[in-house]
Design a protein around this ligand. Structure first.
Ligand code: B3K
Ligand code: ZN
Length: 859
């Protein structure tokens, strides 16, 4: 498969101002008639042919201006048509079989309904079309089909006509007035019911809202509907963005490759991000639904009204929209905890990407398969980059920059450069050097040293951007760091400052410090970098206990633990050093448990140990076995040392009744955290408590938490409760996914055997991405099981990739990065991982998706 380069962009020679589509729908046979109105693009180089992209299609007929075209040809999957005049009408008929579409791209069947996924290049699996985001058209769509099978017919925009046809069929005609690229097209036909609501926009437009689901799922749609209303309201207030149609539909689909899709006026969602009630969804599920509904809704402006010129600009819509959904969730759920969660995601998903063979800038330079670039880098680091602009400009000026961007590019297919320019002008920032954040990959490392003499504290900073594939040498980037200097005696500081490190090395002096202050740096995680510094345990204990920036407080606690485990799992610690490290952590943790001023939600964050992925990231070459043993050993020691504190905490929060308010949610979060420590320190006691928590649970958060702890323990209650949970929720796909996941992520020494058995369970199937991820993605993230010394875990994932690739290439390719980390793993395991990658590479029928990921991982 060819390499596509950003630099090779050229505009399409033809405009397609209008498209009329006609669908005669059937699960196994759908006939598509597409009529394109085309005209020469004056801004492009003239061409006397038009290339219409296809993917696995056969043209049944091609007509130009009403005459059968005899001179078209195929170039691979694309249809090439000679076209000499200035404007034409091209009509193409294709036939497709949605039931055979296991890739879930294009038009496919999912439990009796028909739905579409077109981003990035799925539209070409439906009909021949210039399937690229810079070709914008207005769509008119007529769909017809058997009424009993598909009572509901939905498309983008507004329904303009409907009627009955012959032989029990019916039809509907939809029109979307907003020009859009083909990737935003959507169609749904099925037996669905809606939870409906209304929203009045700021200029008084009445919008009808519908959450479409299968009848049995209707009782679990209220949270989604409320989240949608909140999102619409928030985007008006926070960004001045108003909705622009009279109708907004969301459809929940069981078989879906990603989380959701922002098709104009017709969002299609994975059921996972729609359905929730307290009995079946955890607090985290509720939050994720709110966040994803917001994300897709916000795309209506950042993505749809202003779209991307080409797929290299993906972060233009994704990074920006992730930032927008993060800011929304901060406002809904509380800023401190949300920020910590977002940083945790960045560190566990994006950092490994940025330091591995798949590293790429947020605006990539080349790809073979664009689906492989819907990454944590493009999304989450992309959001961090825009967040830095916001930090440097301040919220008001940032808003002015956004306003200018939307105003200037409304209706256009724009570039990241367009966004940067709008920010420069609208927010008054000089982003000349800052552009490097778009072109350079790799997580910068900032080395920090605080020097004190006389009454001056001098901050010495240096930065290093590591080499990444294809980018051996890097330039220094502007790194905005929010800092504060604490007076050790009073525990106060004189106000926060923003320091921008723009050179390889720089120093900043602060006067008025008779004693050496305690440095709090990268507060709020103002820059997506790693901070390297040697700092006394005492300073970290100080910050963990009393920094007034919640993120910095969390960070101090993490740093304390990270430095200890990394030292222990690396060169090793002597008894004295180990004891001193553990004692400092114990002191900090005890202070957090005892702090009555702290809300439990924040407490839940502060007590969380750094993930194994993040710990491994800190080491050039990681030994997963040793890191796991050190992390578990520390947890068990803390569980024993602070046993009575954890038991008392568990008792206190167990008294708080179920509710959706912050205090009750915090109570549930810390309740299971306490069990986690106790399970490591005193398994028998924890098994009893977890069993009791499970039995008393009146909500999924408590029940899942208790079962998670039990699943990792060898106790009789483990089997009992796993059976009970399965019986209770049999038939509920999303909860059964949880049941698979809990066993795949468990600390149980036989987790890998459990996964093997579960793969043969009657409820397991490779055809449903949620189910595949619930078992195997969970397993690949379970360090002790996946990295088991025998290499069996690696083999299992490689077998999965090979089996899944022909069925669903996009989902299969997402498993490659777990093996691709081999260069950063100790040599014995590294060889086994590499061997599995080579075994995959040896297959001669790999999809483009998997081929690209495996080749890059070995390269
Ligand atoms: N834009 C979609 C992603 C579609 C990915 C297709 N491979 C969802 C989102 O980011 O909102
Ligand atoms: Zn998105």
């Amino acid at each position: 498969p060819p390499l596509i380069r950003r630099e090779d962009y050229t505009p399409f020679p033809w405009l397609v101002p209008q498209i009329a589509l006609e669908f005669e729908l059937g699960i196994e046979h759908t006939l598509v008639t597409s009529t394109l109105t085309v005209a020469r693009n004056a801004k492009a180089q003239r061409s006397d042919t038009i290339r219409l992209n296809g993917d696995g299609l056969t043209a049944l007929s091609v007509t130009v201006d009403g005459e059968p075209a005899g001179d078209w040809s195929m170039d691979g999957d694309d249809l090439i048509l000679p076209l000499h005049g200035e404007a034409h009408a091209i009509k193409v008929v294709t036939a497709i079989d949605p039931s055979a579409n296991s890739q879930l791209m294009g038009l496919y069947a999912s439990s009796g309904m028909l739905c579409t996924q077109c981003e990035a290049e799925g539209f070409r699996r439906i009909t021949f079309f210039p399937d690229r985001p810079d070709v914008l058209s207005t769509y008119t769509v007529r769909m017809s089909g058997p009424k009993a099978e598909f009572p509901i017919l939905l498309c983008n925009g507004n329904r303009v006509a409907e009627g009955e046809g012959e032989g029990g069929t019916h039809w509907a005609e939809w029109h979307d007035p907003w020009p859009k690229p083909s990737y935003l097209f959507a169609l749904v036909a099925g037996d669905l019911v809606a939870n409906s609501g209304r929203f009045t926009t700021m200029s008084g437009r009445e919008v009808e809202l519908n959450i479409w689901v299968r009848a049995e799922d209707l009782p679990r749609t209220e949270h989604a509907l409320e989240s949608l209303k909140k999102s619409m309201q928030w985007d008006e207030q926070a960004f001045g963005r108003e909705y622009d149609l009279d109708l907004f539909n969301i459809v929940a689909v069981s078989d879906f490759n990603m989380g959701a899709m922002e098709n104009k006026g017709l969002n299609v969602f994975n059921t996972k991000y729609v359905l929730a009630d307290p009995d079946t969804a955890t607090d985290a599920d509720f939050d994720a639904i709110e966040g994803v509904i917001a994300h897709e809704y916000f795309h209506n402006w950042s993505g749809n009204r202003v779209t991307c010129r080409d797929w290299f600009q993906l972060s233009l819509k994704e990074g920006f929209t992730v930032l927008r959904d993060q800011l929304f969730s901060q406002d809904m759920q509380g800023e401190a905890v949300k920020r910590i969660e977002d940083v945790r995601i960045l560190r566990s998903a994006q950092f490994p990407e940025d330091s591995g063979p798949l590293a790429h800038p947020i605006r990539p330079d080349s790809f073979r398969e664009i689906s492989n670039f819907y990454t944590a880098t493009v999304y989450n680091k992309g959001a961090e980059v825009i967040r830095m602009m916001r930090t440097m400009a301040g919220p008001e000026r940032f808003r002015a920059g956004c306003d200018l961007y939307f105003e200037r590019h409304d209706g256009e297919a724009a570039t990241c450069e367009d966004f940067i320019r709008a920010m420069e002008e609208g927010a008054g920032l000089d982003l000349e050097q800052f552009r490097l954040w778009y072109s350079q990959a790799g997580t910068p490392k900032v080395t920090v040293r605080l020097e004190h003499s006389g009454d001056t504290a001098t901050l010495h900073l240096s930065q290093q951007v590591p080499p990444t594939p294809g980018q051996p040498d890097k330039q220094a980037m502007p790194i905005p760091l929010r800092i504060a200097l604490f007076d050790r005696a009073t525990g106060k500081h004189e106000g926060e400052q923003l320091v921008v490190l723009g050179k390889a090395e720089d120093s900043f002096a602060f006067t008025g410090f008779a004693e050496p202050p305690v440095l709090s740096i990268n507060r709020g995680y103002s820059a997506p970098v790693t901070i390297e510094r040697t700092v006394p345990h005492a300073d970290l204990v100080f910050l963990a206990a009393q920094d007034d920036d919640s993120f910095a407080r969390y960070e101090a606690m993490q740093e304390l633990v990270v430095s200890h485990i990394v030292a222990a799992a690396g060169d090793g610690l002597d008894d004295a050093a180990r004891a001193a490290g553990r004692a400092a952590i114990r002191t900090a943790l005890a202070a957090i448990l005892a702090d009555a001023a702290l809300d439990d939600s924040m407490r839940g964050e502060l007590v969380m140990l750094p993930s194994q992925t993040y710990l491994s990231e800190q080491m050039l070459i990681a030994d997963p076995g040793r890191i796991h043993a050190e992390r578990e050993g520390l947890k068990a020691w803390l569980g024993r040392e602070l046993e009575s504190e954890f038991v008392a905490l568990h008792l206190r929060v167990s008294e708080i009744p179920y509710g959706l308010e912050q205090a009750a949610r915090g109570a549930r979060k810390i309740k299971t955290q306490a069990l986690v420590y106790l399970a490591a320190g005193n398994p028998d006691l924890a098994a009893q408590m977890a069993k009791a928590q499970y039995e008393a649970a009146d909500n999924m958060t408590d029940r899942q938490g208790a079962l998670m702890v039990l699943t990792g323990l060898d106790s009789a209650a483990r089997t009992d409760k796993l059976i009970d949970f399965y019986r209770r929720y049999q038939g509920n796909e999303l909860v059964i996914d949880k049941w698979f996941t809990l066993q795949a992520i468990s600390l149980h020494p036989h987790a890998i055997e459990h996964v093997r058995v579960l793969a043969g369970h009657p409820d397991f199937t490779l055809r449903n991405p949620n189910r595949v991820r619930s078992l195997y993605m969970a397993f690949a993230g379970n360090p002790h099981a996946f990295h088991g010394e025998s290499g069996e875990g690696y083999r299992m994932i490689a077998d999965l990739i090979l089996a899944l690739d022909p069925i669903n290439a996009q989902t299969a390719a997402r498993f490659v990065p777990s093996l691709g980390r081999w260069r950063r793993i100790e040599p014995v395991r590294a060889a086994l991982m590499r061997q599995e990658l080579e075994r995959i590479a040896a297959s001669d029928r790999l999809s483009r998706d998997t081929f690209e990921q495996v080749t890059r991982s070995l390269g």
